[in-house]
Each structure stands twice: as structure tokens, then as C-alpha cells.
Design a binder for this molecule. Structure first.
Ligand SMILES: Cc1cc2nc3c(=O)[nH]c(=O)nc-3n(C[C@H](O)[C@H](O)[C@H](O)COP(=O)(O)O)c2cc1C
Length: 170
């Protein structure tokens, strides 16, 4: 695993987000890390620093983890790999099961932040939480988005993480 600049492998991240997804890992109030599959994320510059923002619906166990944590990671599978684990972590909740145990994924401590990685992945972002923004009905312009994505008011928490380190190994 070699340390990379935050912008070096964004194509890999985006390709994963457009196909099977990636894993976001944040720990619950007891410090237990929980992997959740994500398909939505943004990478760019905010507050003069590299930021990775993830969107977590209120109904997810990960929502409470993001509220309880100071950091999270995003781990990206190598192309075509870990499809079963992505599907599992994208449909089962850490509220009801130990996803690492059930999938065989290995959660290891990140290098620089209080969070864990999915060791079987080839690309990792280590993020310190800078801000959390709760979306609400009143924030949406009158497009198709609210009725398409929020038939019930399960709005996203946008969690902005400062990318303090990134690692890749293909
Ligand atoms: C491909 C894929 C992408 C997903 N993207 C997101 C996402 O970006 N945000 C989100 O809140 N849920 C997303 N989900 C749904 C969660 O992964 C799913 O509800 C999961 O079971 C929640 O786990 P948790 O309760 O342990 O947090 C996605 C699911 C899949 C299969």
C-alpha cells in the first residue's frame, strides 16, 4: 500500500461509485466499526483543503456512527472485486448483525485517524470529520429530486471529511 495524493485515484473511486459501490466505515458509540456500502460521494476542495463528503440517510445505523465519530474511512474495492460484500453491506444493517463477521471483511485500524479500513480493498481515504449538514425538505429546489429520492422524509446527513491521508495498491 503506498501513500498517494488525495486526487490521484479519483477515477477509480468514481468508477466504483457508479458500479457496485464503495465502503464507508465509521464506529458506533461503543467504538465498533461498521462498514456500509455507498454509491454517493463527492471529492473536492472545501475550506481550502481536500474533502470527501458522503451522504448518509437518517435510517442507517451508520447515521448514528457518523454522529458518534470524529473520523471515517472510505475503502474502494479493486475493479470487479468484493461484489458479495458490497451487496451485503448495502442491504443489511449493523444494528442487526456484525457485517465484518458475516462477510469475512477485515477491518484494520487506519494509519492516521480514529477509524478502520476494509483491508481487502485497494484504495483508502482517511477522513477527519469537519462538518455534518442535515438535509431537510425546505432545502430542496422544486425539481424531481425530493419526490424521487425522498418519498418518505429519510433525508441525508452530508458528512464532510478532511482527507488527511490516502493509500492505494492495485
Ligand atoms: C450500491 C449501493 C449504494 C448505496 N449508497 C448509499 C449511500 O450513498 N447513502 C446511504 O445512506 N445508503 C446507501 N446505500 C444503502 C445502505 O448501504 C444500506 O441501507 C445499509 O444496509 C445500511 O447499513 P447500516 O444500517 O449498517 O448503516 C447503498 C446501498 C447500495 C447497495
Amino acid at each position: 500500500m503506498r501513500q498517494i495524493e488525495w486526487y490521484e485515484e479519483t477515477q477509480w473511486l468514481h468508477d466504483a461509485l457508479r458500479s457496485g459501490g464503495a465502503f464507508v466505515v465509521a464506529a458506533d458509540g461503543d467504538g465498533k466499526p461498521n462498514p456500509m456500502t455507498i454509491g454517493w460521494a463527492q471529492v473536492g476542495i472545501v475550506w481550502s483543503r481536500p474533502v470527501l463528503a458522503v451522504l448518509v440517510r437518517e435510517s442507517r445505523y451508520t447515521y448514528g456512527c457518523m454522529r458518534a465519530s470524529t473520523a471515517f474511512t472510505v475503502s474502494v474495492p479493486r475493479p470487479g472485486e468484493l461484489g458479495d460484500a458490497l451487496a451485503f453491506c448495502g442491504s443489511r444493517s449493523g444494528r442487526d448483525c456484525d457485517k465484518a463477521l458475516e462477510t469475512g471483511l477485515t477491518l484494520v485500524p487506519a494509519e492516521t485517524v480514529e477509524a478502520a479500513w476494509v483491508a481487502e480493498c485497494g484504495l483508502h481515504y482517511e477522513c477527519e470529520i469537519i462538518a455534518r449538514t442535515q438535509q431537510a425538505d425546505a432545502d430542496f429546489a422544486p425539481t424531481d429530486v425530493p419526490e424521487t429520492f425522498y418519498p418518505s422524509p429519510d433525508y441525508h446527513l452530508v458528512v464532510y471529511g478532511h482527507i488527511v491521508a490516502a493509500f492505494a495498491d492495485r
